[in-house]
Each structure stands twice: as structure tokens, then as C-alpha cells.
Design a protein around this ligand. Structure first.
Ligand SMILES: [Zn+2]
Ligand SMILES: [Zn+2]
Length: 183
């Protein structure tokens, strides 16, 4: 267990305006560890730290971007051709997205870029899957059901053949499809 005096010393540095992260870098400790010890001894955290961050986030949204601390910033102006939701998501996670096209808008409204409305997908397939499941849910109430491309009916995947290109057909529908093709 770390001595109380030691933690008091930390707290003195913290009071001078350093953030927990910066303090962590100085002490080679995780900021959550430092916070844990502060809490344990009843040392109060500076108020507004979080809400300042939020304010910054909203200001950034309204101003249409000029944050020097944005991961994409290299001096001068940020490229405005990058979609706003990408810039916002990157600002929130603090680094550049490798595949920035993989941001999903939960409520479907692409101009609603509040961070609660953004889901960062690990790749485009995952993003497509979200849309597929959403579509299925609204169409038939089952997220994992798929639509036969021949008879246009939604069905349990157990009753369907799913092809590599993601098309799904009933066995029976596939036969009809093949017959028509060969005519
Ligand atoms: Zn999406
Ligand atoms: Zn079918």
C-alpha cells in the first residue's frame, strides 16, 4: 500500500493544474490508480473536468471544426471534405480511424453526430451486418432472419441457402431460379 504522505505529494502536483493523465505520466502510473488513491483518502477531484471536455466537444461540433488537438490536424485547416461524424468520432476516441467509413448512426440520422448516436465498427462487414440485422428486425421482427432473393420472403436462415455473395434463397426457390436461367 502506498503511504499517505506520498499520495498527498501527488495531490499537491494535481492541485497545480495537472490532469490525472499528466500526473500518471510523471509518476509512471495509470491515471485510474491515482484516482483510486485520491478517492480512498477523500481527496476531491477537480470539478468540471468532464463537463469542460463535453463543452469542448459541442463547441467543436457547432464551429465546424478547428481543433488543434484533433488527431488529423497537421497545422493549418482541417480537411473539410472529411465527414463530420468521422472527425467527431476521432476526436472522441483521440486517434485517427483506420477505416473511417465504418461509423454507424444508431438512429439512422446521418446529421445526428452526438457521440451516443455513433457506433464505430471494426470493419465494413460489421457495419453491413448491423444494417442487415436492423432491416430484418423491422421487416419481420427477427434480427437473424434473411430474405430470399427469389420469393422476397423473410425466413429463418435454417431454411435458406446462404451464398458467398450474401444472397440467400430457399432450396425450392434456388431450383426455380436455376430452371428459369437455363430456359
Ligand atoms: Zn450505418
Ligand atoms: Zn424463397
Amino acid at each position: 500500500m502506498i503511504e499517505k504522505d506520498k499520495i498527498k505529494e501527488w495531490y499537491e502536483i494535481y492541485k497545480q493544474g495537472k490532469s490525472l493523465k499528466e500526473l500518471g505520466n510523471i509518476l509512471h502510473k495509470d491515471h485510474s490508480t491515482i484516482y483510486y488513491h485520491f478517492k480512498r483518502l477523500g481527496f476531491k477531484r477537480r470539478p468540471n473536468q468532464m463537463s469542460d471536455k463535453l463543452k469542448d466537444f459541442h463547441r467543436y461540433r457547432m464551429l465546424n471544426i478547428k481543433p488543434e488537438n484533433h488527431p488529423r490536424w497537421k497545422g493549418g485547416k482541417l480537411n473539410r471534405n472529411i465527414f463530420k461524424h468521422i472527425l467527431i468520432a476521432e476526436k472522441v476516441i483521440g486517434k485517427k480511424l483506420i477505416k473511417p467509413h465504418c461509423i454507424h448512426h444508431v438512429n439512422g440520422n446521418h446529421s445526428d453526430n452526438r457521440n451516443i448516436n455513433l457506433v464505430i465498427c471494426e470493419n465494413n462487414n460489421y457495419h453491413k451486418l448491423i444494417h442487415l440485422r436492423k432491416k430484418a428486425f423491422y421487416a419481420c421482427g427477427h434480427v437473424n432472419w434473411r430474405r430470399c432473393t427469389y420469393c422476397i420472403k423473410w425466413d429463418n436462415p435454417e431454411n435458406l441457402i446462404i451464398y458467398k455473395n450474401n444472397a440467400a434463397r430457399h432450396r425450392e426457390c434456388q431450383r426455380k431460379h436455376d430452371r428459369e436461367k437455363s430456359l
